[in-house]
Every structure is written in C-alpha cells, then in structure tokens.
Design a protein around this ligand. Sequence first.
Ligand SMILES: [Zn+2]
Length: 312
Amino acid sequence: MKYYFGIDIGGTEIKFGFFDEMKRLLGTTKVKTPTENVREELVDLLYDIVIARLQKEKVTLDSLGGIGLTIPGPVKDGVITFCPNLNVGYDFDITSAVKEKFNKPSLKVVVGNDANLAAYGEYKILGRSNLSNMVFITLGTGVGGGVIVNKKLVTGFSGSAGEIGHIPFDLNNGRKCGCGGVGCVETVAGTAGMIQTANDLMKKEKSIMKDKTLTPKLIFDSAKEGDLVALKVVDSVSYAIGYMAATISTIVDPEVFVIGGGVAQAGQFLLSKINYHYQQLARFGTTEARFELAKLGNDAGFYGAFYLLLED
Ligand SMILES: [Zn+2]
C-alpha cells in the first residue's frame, strides 16, 4: 500500500491530508505556518509531520507515494516565484528542498497554487469529474479561482492562470488592488472592497450596521434582514462576480461555476444574486452555465494537491 500527503500551506496555517492509494482520507492535521526562517522551518516541519504519520502507520519511507503542496501564490515548474503570504523571498525551489530533506531524489513532489488546487479538489470529487469544463471561484479576503478545461487544470505560462479576481472591472473606482493594479474585481468583491463600499454608503444613508465592526458576515446578515445599505453592497459584489463570470465564460464556456471561500457561506442568497447579474451579462450559450456552492470547504486544497499527485 502506498500513502500520500496533500498539504495545504496557507499564510497562517498548514493543513495536512493523509491518503492511501485507495483514495481514502485517513486523517488530517493542522499546524501553524512558521514565520521566521521560513524556507528551512517549513521544510523541516513538513518532514517531521510526514515521518511521524508514516511511523504511526508502521510503514517506512518506501511506502510514501508522494507529497502534493499548495502555495498561497504563483508557482512555476515547482518553484515559488514570489509569495508575500509566505515570506520565502523570490524563486524558492520548494520541490528540490523537500526531496533533499527526505534524501530521496525519486520522491514525487508536486506543487501548485492554492486556489488552483482547491479548484482541482472540488473538480475531482463529489461526482464533478464527469464535467469537462468548470471554473472555481473563491470569495474571501481576496477573490481567486481555478479553471478546468477539457478535464485539465489550467496553470498557464507564468503560473498565474486562475487569478480571476484581477480581471479589470471598474478602472475609474480609484481603488488600489493588492496586485498593484487599480479597479480589479477584487477591489469591489474582496473583503476590503465590500467594507469600503459599505462605509462609503453609510456616509449618506442610514444602516443597522452603523458603529458595528464590518465583516462580510455582518453585511450579508444585514442584507438578509432587508438593510438597504447592506443590500446595495451585496448587489455590488454580485454584479462584480457576475461580470467576472460572464467575462470568463466568453473564453472558457464552463458548464458550472463552483463558488467557495468564506464569503460563500452566504449560500443561495448570494448565488441567486450572482446568477441574476450573470444572466444579464452572459452571451451566446454561456447563459446555460449554472452556479453551485463548493462542497469541500477548507479541505479542497489538500484534496486537490493529492489528486494532482495521482495525475502527473
Ligand atoms: Zn488586482
């Protein structure tokens, strides 16, 4: 029996999924992401946890089928090009570093961008893999995603495919984006963008959110209660995402958009509003695309990393 690790490396925590070759999830572990001397500490930490788990199964390193890693930033040919969320500097060849640590050049190590692999995880499980074209949208602090075309994950030339939150949206809104641009979808539909819209509106309009700490949850809950400011914020988010999806559709023409990330907890309320705007903006047969909620939650990344291991 071979064993595999799908490991989702985030800016604050690292989630491990431990699988066997029958594709069964045998266990999960969560640890804090190192913040100092990250290159070394990170690889040491991965090594320690993998070895400990193999020992628990009473098997040797020979039974390790591979390690799949997700990174919160662009990845090109197994190298982390630049990742502000992880503080590893430029061009960190994590693939080679892991192989060296295990002292096993033949060890299979695959690395991918977190949103891309979350997309792949969502795609491979729960019966979606009979689809050929699917786009995953993650709504949280940022807006990200992953694109499956002809059953394959699209990573692109520079490893930046799926950075859909940076589709230019409203270039005149004057809002700076984390990517360095102005007016990306994320500046309206990301957490900071939503809060800014709410604050701007509350300068002129009454709201039950006044003097409360603004969060996406508060905004969506208030919208569900009928608060007009909150409803306008939700509408601006839904319009931005509907616009983004319609734009993607002209290129990819997916059967399904899967919506995940923390903000997706707003559920069907959000989905129906996105779909409303999408239907106004979509062209040709792309109006047939449907919107679904993600099913794997925070586990999507390590599932995707595991399935990528089986693929390559
Ligand atoms: Zn941007």
